[in-house]
Every structure is written in structure tokens, then in C-alpha cells.
Design a protein. Structure first.
Length: 998
């Protein structure tokens, strides 16, 4: 059974409200928390309709009701829309509890309307990360965050919202009529709705216009002065009370305030430990959202201060200065950080500054003393033996250079956790910490995960200092000074990798045309980005790693289980071999298994786990638990216990994939990962065949799925069709025989037995026996991806959809039927749509600068240089659709330069970042002097990336250095349809030489 964590205390099992006739009203929370006890049982509930019937669909009843237990439930009836289920109606419903694909619902019901126009129950306020918890399914919730993505998906639109804690999905069906014109990417929104489940993942159903609030930043947001008493406590102090006094800055009146509790502080996170006082908070209310106390309904203004008291806190057991970040907003505004949040000195105290803040606000920190706590990713003495040149990175995801002239600081060794106190400086574009003191806290700390970039992205200096990773083909390899340069290109554009001779790295195995993975911090040289390769382990060919990666063994305590079982506890034990000590373990959650994806439902134990860290990672629908810093040997193991899991509804083989790595290595699959049998006569899942295709090569398997592209469509000389199953992955059905169009037809549901093979990085299933199960099955829902995310081998054979602007279109044929390559780009990076002439898809109805919806399967094309290129393969005319509503936007055109002079005489370049607002817009970036004379043109092109950084070296078109003074950087963006344009201008100051001793 699927047990839910109690959200409120109760004695529901003892005390039920008795109705006339003896019927018992059962709190909805009781049903949700103990679902297995109520499945197929008749129950009576009483609650308010929060989502009415006929809103998300007009073909059947799909509504949500919530009661005073702060839980909700779906009401379902096929074939008709129940007119009694109107939002705001207080209803009593008697019906049968069922579960459909993770959604608890009441069916076969009768309903009585008790009252109309009832106030809605208050939504449960969650962080966006908390909104991914399936345990809250059915509940009326509220989240506030920034829209990071928006895309059409079937008969509706999906919004991806993030408040900084993690992303959640909001689903808006077309039938709701909700106007999303203001809900654009980058906007801050508050959204309310019941939490639904779709394909095992949560989504908030936005169904009413009043449940969408688009928040605009207003004057007064982030203003105010907040003090705390006491401002110092003893290290490890317990039962601490804190008093925050909030004062507004005239003329603003603060309506919302949030106070964040720092990570190292322990607290109940209970509103009963919060007291609101003072005239400014007399009518306010407080709620807990994650680690923040959020206060709304305030009126903190001139002469009306507010006082917030927090009780029963425990201070950190270390010397630290804790910043309690405070955000404020006026009515209708957006919570924004105040200028100076209150700080509490714990023990002797130290103020830690996130490296991200130093890098993003470097001009504000130049010359200032800071303290950072970070892991050394590139040690001193590696790239040079004449001075200290190291890189460290903290958990903000950013890194920074550490510099000392004249000596190598041997304490800066890779894998050490250090606290550094020093002065922020900048030298030729590199932000660095100088004049520092250093304390080593811990040895052999796991490195932060590198930021994975396309090679073109790795030319952007905004990632300066950060530990990054690229994968691509070596296009050039040449000696340059005291080292070797490698140019790496994944097809998006080349980036530079610098390998100093002092690193001692043997580059002989890596030559032009080889595909490699490279990791290292990003450095700046003469204004251009370069990745510093400092260690032998940080360059390898894909699929290769360090000896010992992929070693070890694993077992599970569950060999078989019935389909659709809930409340499962699954234990996975991982141990090492006799020769290697494993430091990293990744254990994958079996595909289609229900789990909350939160660490509260996970226990990590075992002698090899002492001192290790762990986290839950989700990449699209791939989920795994990563344990780092472990010490796993033949005698020391790691045990992962997953709680509250549920098995798939079908009879399948479920693999618990395990990857391992030694220190500094790359996680690889172990030889034999455990397998669980679900039900009788199970079939294999295509997700597993694709995730670890090497394990299944030449092995017989049986799968069941729906044909997404039939035989004879993409190829007419042999069978090449595509099948996708319930695991949301597809595979190519391949046979040298002529296309078999009798069984391999679109919409056919098939059971296929065959042998797994691989040809030029495409996983294939060679059929031996085929059974037709249905001739008119529903096509699977495609994965809706950005054009950048579609460039990924994981989508091989899988049904996907992108939306983007056509940036190129050309034929690759000299005679009919003409094959076409169409490059589409949504601003994140382009992908090729391969339209084979055999499909009959018309390519004349769209042109460059049109926007398309493209649906098809992911394809892999390996070119003559043996480099894999990822494509989308549509097979039918209805899979390439022009977006008639698309108009190139100019709304986000912008231009930024660093607010300080630069010195071209020293070889410095200045970074200029612009936003073109839409792919295909014509971008012209020029430099003028104050007299309006053109100095040089830096960019004159159709935009491929919406946001881009370029550099000016302080020279004119004749390559002469310009005189000292102020210049104008002028951006002009013209959209190609209506020829409308936007211009932006910013000043650039060319300064004089500033001497610095080496």
C-alpha cells in the first residue's frame, strides 16, 4: 500500500462525524493516507469543490473536492459532466475509492449539494520542489516562482515554475480558457490548483484565471530595514529566541515579508513557534514555506513597525556568521532581498559569501575582503610551478581563481574542503581571491559535479571560474607556448581546451577526429574562454573511465512483486571487489515505479557510507540516488533503503541499475545489476534496453508497445520502424527484409520478440516473432523538449516534440524524392529535423524564420568523422506543423557590459552580453565614439542563440587601438516579419594601463 506522511494530527479512525441515517463522513486525508484500506470500498466525504467538472475536460467528470483535513481527492465519472460539481459548492459524496495511474479518485458516486458559494479552503503553500511530492496528490496547493519554461503539450500548455528549490510542472488545459498571455518565461507567478499525477509525476492543474497571479516587480520591493536581537549567540546554543524588528522606508508600505532560516540552524518549522507583533503586523498571518517564514497581509509603513519573534531554535555547533535573508514586497509586488539582511554571530563567527554572489556581482566586491568555503577542483602547482594558480568551487555552483605570486601553496590540493579569507581582485577578466589566509577543513571531499555545456556555450565568459564539462570531436591539436591547445566541437561551435606542460598529462591517445569528454575550470586568456585541463582523469573517450569504474556488486531484497503493489520497502546493497575502493555509487529507481523522490523516504546506511553524502537526482524521467564520498570495499558496503514505493501496473522486468566509480572516476554500470520480476509472464521495458543497451546486446527480449512510425516510411529498402512502450522510450525495429507494412503500421499495438543489436549508435530490435494486439491504439504522449535538450542520445528511438524557429533549410539530394535537413532553434541551440523524401512531408509550406511544431522519433546520424549527430525524424505530414500564432518577439531585447573601464593596451577585452529576444532576429552590434563615428562592427547576423556574449578588444576596423575615452556600444535588433526594431545603448570606458607586479 502507499502510505502517506501525516500532515496533521487526528483521531480520525476513532471519531467520525455521524450523519443522518448513520452514514460516516471520512476525512479525505484519512483516505489518502491509508488508500489501500479503502480501495474498492464505499465511502462518504464532505468538502468544497475546488476544481469543477467540465473545466479540464468537457467529455467526462474530472473534478476535485477538498475538506477541512487539508487534503483533496479526484471525483470521476465517464461519459458526462456532472453539473452539481461547481467550484464553491459544499457537497456530500458517497462513492467507491479507486486508483487510476496514481490518482486516488471516487467513482460510481452520488452527490448532494449542501450549500453554494462556499469559501474555498486555503491552499497548502509549497515550495516548487515540494510540489513534486506525490504524497500530496489531490491537495489544493499554491506555489510562487519564476516561469523557466513554457511549451505547448497536446491539448494544453505546460509551465515550468521554479522558486530556487527545484522545478515543478503546471498543466493548463485549453478547455479552461485561462489566458496565459502575461505568463511568459522570466515572469514571477503565484499559481493555485489541485496536485494531479501524470505518468507518475506531479503537475498542478491551473484551471481558473483567478488562480494565476502574474507578479510584477514594483518600486518598494526589497526595501526596508530589519534588525535582529540578539545578534550573537554561543556556539551550539539551544532553545534560542530571536526577535526581528521590521521598519519600512518612506513612502513604501510592506505587504509581504519572508525570513529564511539558515541551513545550519535547527528549528521546528511550526507556525506555533512564530509570534507576530506590532502595529504593522496586527492583521498579518504567517506560513512556513520550506525554510522560510512567509508573512502576508502586513501593513508595515511609516510609524508602523512589525516584530517577528521565533522560539526554540538551536544554533549551529560551529563558529559562523549566519545571514537570515529577508525579502520584502509591497502590495502586488514580488518578494525581493533587502539590501542588508540581519546577521547573527555564532561563537567567534565568520561571514561566508557564496562564490556565485562574488562572480555575478564582481564589481561590487572588487577590493573587498570575503570568506568562502569551497572544494579545490584544480590544485596549486598543476598549471604552473612558479606561483599559486588554483580554482575552488562551492555549493552555489560557481568557482573562482585563487592567486598568490612567487610561491605554490601546497595546501590547495584537489579534493580538499577549505575556508579562504582574502581580497577579491580581477586580472585580465579573471576574478580571483588574493592576499588570502587558508584553513583546510577536510581531505578527500567529492568534487562538485561539473556543469555540462555545449562547446559553443563553453566560449561564454559568464562561466569563468566554474568547473565545466564538454563532449565533442577534437578538430585541432597544436602546440602553443608551454602547452598544447585542443579545439573541441560538438557541432554547436568550437571551444578551447588548454593543457599546460606542467600538468604532465599524456595527450598521445587523443588525436584530431577523436571524440572526448573534458572537464576543468573555465579560465580567461586575452578575453577568451578556455577550459583548463589539469588532470589525466579529466579527459577520456566516452564510455571509458578510470580502472575500477563500474566494478563492484549489488543485490536487492526483493525478487518478485505483484503489479500495482504499494507501500513497498526496497533494499539495495552495494559492495566492492577485492582490488578497488569505490567512492561514488548511483542507484537508479526502477522505471515506472512510484516513489516520492525525496530523501525523507530514503535511508543510506552501511559501514562504507560513513561520512558520505547523498542526494536524489532526476534528469527528465531518469531518477537515481547518488552517494559520494563513500569508502566501499569487499567488506564495507552501502545499503540504500527506499520506502513507500509502488510497483508498475503491468507484468514487466524491472532493473535496479547501479553505477560505480573510484575516486576521480566516472560512474559506469556494474556488470550485473539486480532485476525484479513484476507479475507473471513479464516483458522487458524499452527504457532499460536504451539506458544500458550494451548489457542486452545479442540477447533475446520481448517487448510490448505502440508503433509510432511504421515500416516503409523512412526507408523503402528494408524494415526500419519505431515502437514505443509504457516506459516512454522507443526503439527501432530493424530487419534486412523489405518493409513489412502488414504488421509494422502506425497505431498498431504489438508484442515483439527479438534480439537486441546496435548499429552506428542506434539501438535496434531485430524481430523474430510479432503478435498484433490492437490495430487502433493511442499514440504515446511525446516528450516535449527544448531544441537543446533534444540533442541527447537518450532520445534514440523515442517519440519527442520540439517547437522552434527555422534557421536553415536545405536538400541533401540531387534527384527526387528530395531529402531535407531543417534546422530549428528555440534559442537554446539548434537541432536538425531530418525529413526523408519517402515520407511525403511537404516542405514548401514553411520557410526560414517560420516557427514549427515538430514531432518524431529521436535519431542518431554518425558522420564520416565518426561523430554522432542527433536528429528528429518525423514520419507523417501531421508531425510537421507551422505555428500560425508565432511572431518574432522584441520584448526582451537587452544589452549589458561590466560597469568598469578596461585596458586594451594590456591585451584586455571587455565582455558584451546581449539578448536578441528571438531566434532569427537580425542582430547588429556596433561600437561608436561620442561623435557618432563608427569604430567597429562586432556582430551582424541572424541570431542563433537568444542570449550571447561577445568581446571587444578596444580596436577599430583597421585593428588599431582606440584612444582613451568613452565609447557607445549600440545594439540593433530587427525582427524579420514586420521589420520592427529595438535598439539599446550602453557606454564603455577605455582606460589607461594599471601596472601590477608579476
Amino acid at each position: 500500500m502507499r502510505m502517506r506522511q501525516p500532515l496533521w494530527p487526528s483521531l480520525w479512525l476513532v471519531f467520525f462525524l455521524l450523519l443522518k441515517g448513520g452514514a460516516q463522513v471520512i476525512p479525505i486525508a484519512e483516505i489518502q493516507q491509508n488508500e489501500s484500506q479503502y480501495l474498492n470500498q464505499q465511502v462518504t466525504i464532505r468538502g468544497v469543490v475546488v476544481l469543477g467538472a467540465g473545466i479540464t475536460t468537457t467529455s467526462w467528470t474530472d473534478a476535485y473536492v477538498q475538506d477541512t483535513s487539508n487534503a483533496g481527492i479526484n471525483i470521476y465519472r465517464p461519459g458526462s459532466v456532472d453539473p452539481k460539481l461547481v467550484r464553491g459548492n459544499l457537497v456530500e459524496i458517497t462513492g467507491t475509492v479507486e486508483n487510476y495511474q496514481g490518482v486516488t479518485e471516487i467513482t460510481n458516486y452520488s452527490v448532494t449539494v449542501i450549500r453554494t458559494n462556499e469559501p474555498l479552503p486555503p491552499p497548502v503553500k509549497l515550495t516548487t520542489q515540494q510540489a513534486n511530492n506525490v504524497e500530496r496528490e489531490g491537495t489544493f496547493v499554491e506555489v510562487t516562482g519564476e516561469i523557466t519554461s513554457r511549451y505547448v503539450a497536446g491539448s494544453g500548455t505546460n509551465l515550468v515554475v521554479n522558486d530556487g528549490s527545484g522545478e515543478c510542472t503546471v498543466r493548463v488545459w485549453n478547455s479552461t480558457g485561462v489566458d496565459l498571455s502575461e505568463a511568459q518565461v522570466g515572469k514571477t507567478v503565484t499559481i493555485r490548483g489541485p496536485l494531479d499525477i501524470y505518468r507518475g509525476n506531479t503537475q498542478i492543474l491551473l484551471a481558473y484565471q483567478e488562480d494565476l497571479i502574474v507578479r510584477e516587480s514594483r518600486p518598494g520591493d526589497g526595501t526596508g530595514v530589519v534588525t535582529v536581537d540578539p545578534d550573537s549567540v554561543a556556539k551550539g546554543a539551544t532553545d534560542v529566541s530571536l526577535t526581528f524588528t521590521i521598519q519600512a522606508e518612506d513612502p513604501y508600505i510592506l505587504e509581504s515579508i519572508s525570513i529564511w532560516i539558515p541551513e545550519l540552524w535547527e528549528w521546528s518549522f511550526d507556525v506555533n513557534d512564530v509570534s507576530l507583533e506590532g502595529a504593522g503586523l496586527s492583521g498579518a498571518r504567517s506560513e512556513i514555506e520550506g525554510r522560510s517564514i512567509v508573512i502576508t497581509g502586513a501593513e508595515v509603513g511609516a510609524g508602523q513597525e512589525g516584530v517577528v519573534r521565533l522560539f526554540h531554535l538551536n544554533a549551529p555547533d560551529s563558529h559562523v556568521t549566519s545571514v537570515f535573508q529577508v525579502k520584502t514586497a509591497v502590495w502586488g509586488g514580488v518578494l525581493a532581498p533587502i539590501k542588508n539582511s540581519p546577521r547573527i554571530v555564532v561563537g567567534e563567527g565568520i561571514v561566508l559569501t557564496p562564490i556565485s554572489e562574488i562572480q555575478l556581482l564582481s564589481d561590487q566586491y572588487l577590493g573587498k575582503q570575503v570568506n568562502i568555503k569551497a572544494v579545490v577542483v584544480l590544485g596549486a602547482g598543476i598549471t604552473t610551478t612558479g606561483w599559486t594558480d588554483a580554482y575552488v568551487q562551492d555549493n552555489s555552483g560557481y568557482g573562482i581563481n585563487v592567486f598568490r605570486s612567487g610561491e605554490v601553496d601546497s595546501r590547495l590540493k584537489r579534493g580538499r574542503l577549505v575556508i579562504i579569507s582574502g581580497v577579491v581582485d580581477e586580472y585580465q577578466g579573471v576574478t580571483e581571491i588574493t592576499d588570502y589566509t587558508l584553513t583546510v577543513l577536510k581531505e578527500n571531499v567529492p568534487l562538485p559535479p561539473p556543469l555540462k555545456l555545449q562547446t559553443l556555450e563553453a566560449t561564454d565568459v559568464k562561466w569563468e571560474g566554474t568547473f565545466v564539462e564538454v563532449q565533442g570531436r577534437i578538430t585541432q591539436k597544436y602546440t602553443a607556448g608551454s602547452g598544447v591547445n585542443l579545439n573541441i566541437d560538438d557541432g554547436s561551435g568550437p571551444c578551447l581546451v588548454r593543457v599546460w606542460n606542467s600538468t604532465g598529462i599524456d595527450l598521445s591517445p587523443y588525436n584530431v577526429e577523436d571524440t572526448v569528454v573534458v572537464r576543468g575550470p573555465m579560465d580567461i586568456y586575452q578575453g577568451n574562454a578556455q577550459i583548463l585541463l589539469g588532470y589525466e582523469d579529466d579527459i577520456f573517450k566516452p564510455g571509458e573511465g578510470i580502472r575500477g569504474d563500474g566494478s563492484g556488486f549489488a543485490r536487492v531484497d526483493l525478487q518478485s512483486v505483484r503489479p500495482d503493489s504499494s507501500g513497498i520497502a526496497l533494499q539495495v546493497v552495494v559492495w566492492g571487489g577485492p582490488d578497488d575502493t569505490l567512492h561514488t555509487v548511483q542507484v537508479y529507481v526502477p522505471v515506472r515505479w512510484g516513489w516520492s523522490n525525496v530523501v525523507e523516504d530514503l535511508e543510506v546506511s552501511g559501514s562504507g557510507a560513513e561520512g558520505a553524502a547523498y542526494r536524489v537526482v532526476q534528469e527528465f524521467d531518469e531518477r537515481f540516488v547518488e552517494v559520494t564520498g563513500a569508502q566501499i570495499t569487499a567488506t564495507d558496503n552501502v545499503i540504500l533503503t527506499f520506502r513507500n514505493m509502488s510497483s508498475p501496473p503491468d507484468s514487466v522486468y524491472s532493473y535496479v541499475w547501479v553505477k560505480t566509480a573510484v575516486e576521480g572516476g566516472v560512474p559506469r554500470f556494474i556488470a550485473e545489476s539486480p532485476r525484479i520480476q513484476v507479475g507473471r509472464n513479464p516483458v522487458y521495458q524499452i527504457f532499460d534496453l536504451q539506458l544500458n543497451s550494451g548489457y542486452f546486446l545479442e540477447k533475446p527480449v520481448t517487448v510490448e508497445g505502440v508503433m509510432t512510425i511504421g515500416a516503409g516510411v523512412l526507408r523503402t529498402d528494408r524494415t526500419a520502424a519505431y515502437l514505443q512502450d509504457a516506459s516512454r522510450r522507443g526503439i527501432q525495429i530493424s530487419s534486412p527484409q523489405p518493409p513489412d507494412t502488414t504488421v509494422f503500421r502506425r497505431y498498431y499495438r504489438l508484442r515483439v520478440s527479438g534480439v537486441v543489436s546496435e548499429y552506428r549508435q542506434t539501438t535496434q530490435l531485430e524481430p523474430i516473432q510479432v503478435t498484433v494486439l490492437d490495430s487502433l491504439a493511442d499514440l504515446p504522449e511525446p516528450f516535449y523538449l527544448s531544441t537543446r535538450n533534444a540533442n541527447d542520445p537518450r532520445w534514440d528511438g523515442t517519440y519527442i516534440q520540439v517547437h522552434g524557429v527555422v534557421t536553415d533549410k536545405y536538400t541533401t539530394s540531387s534527384s527526387p524524392p528530395f531529402d531535407y535537413n531543417v534546422v530549428v532553434n528555440d534559442g537554446s541551440g539548434g537541432i536538425t529535423v531530418r525529413i526523408w523524401g519517402t515520407t511525403g512531408i511537404d516542405v514548401d509550406f514553411f520557410s526560414v524564420n517560420d516557427a514549427l511544431f515538430v514531432t518524431g522519433v529521436g535519431g542518431v546520424f554518425v558522420d564520416r568523422n565518426n561523430v554522432a549527430n542527433y536528429q528528429i525524424l518525423p514520419g507523417y505530414r501531421d508531425q510537421v506543423v507551422r505555428d500560425e500564432n508565432y511572431r518574432p518577439s522584441l520584448a526582451n531585447v537587452n544589452l549589458w557590459v561590466p560597469p568598469h573601464p578596461f585596458v586594451p593596451e594590456r591585451g584586455e577585452k571587455i565582455a558584451i552580453r546581449y539578448n536578441a529576444s528571438a531566434v532569427g532576429n537580425r542582430v547588429t552590434l556596433r561600437i561608436f565614439d561620442l561623435g557618432g563615428r563608427l569604430i567597429t562592427t562586432l556582430v551582424d547576423e541572424d541570431a542563433r542563440l537568444i542570449e550571447r556574449t561577445v568581446y571587444w578588444d578596444g580596436r577599430n576596423d583597421l585593428r588599431d587601438l582606440v584612444p582613451l575615452g568613452t565609447y557607445i556600444c549600440h545594439l540593433e535588433v530587427v525582427e524579420p516579419i514586420r521589420s520592427e526594431k529595438r535598439t539599446r545603448m550602453v557606454p564603455i570606458v577605455v582606460g589607461t594601463v594599471l601596472n601590477r607586479s608579476p
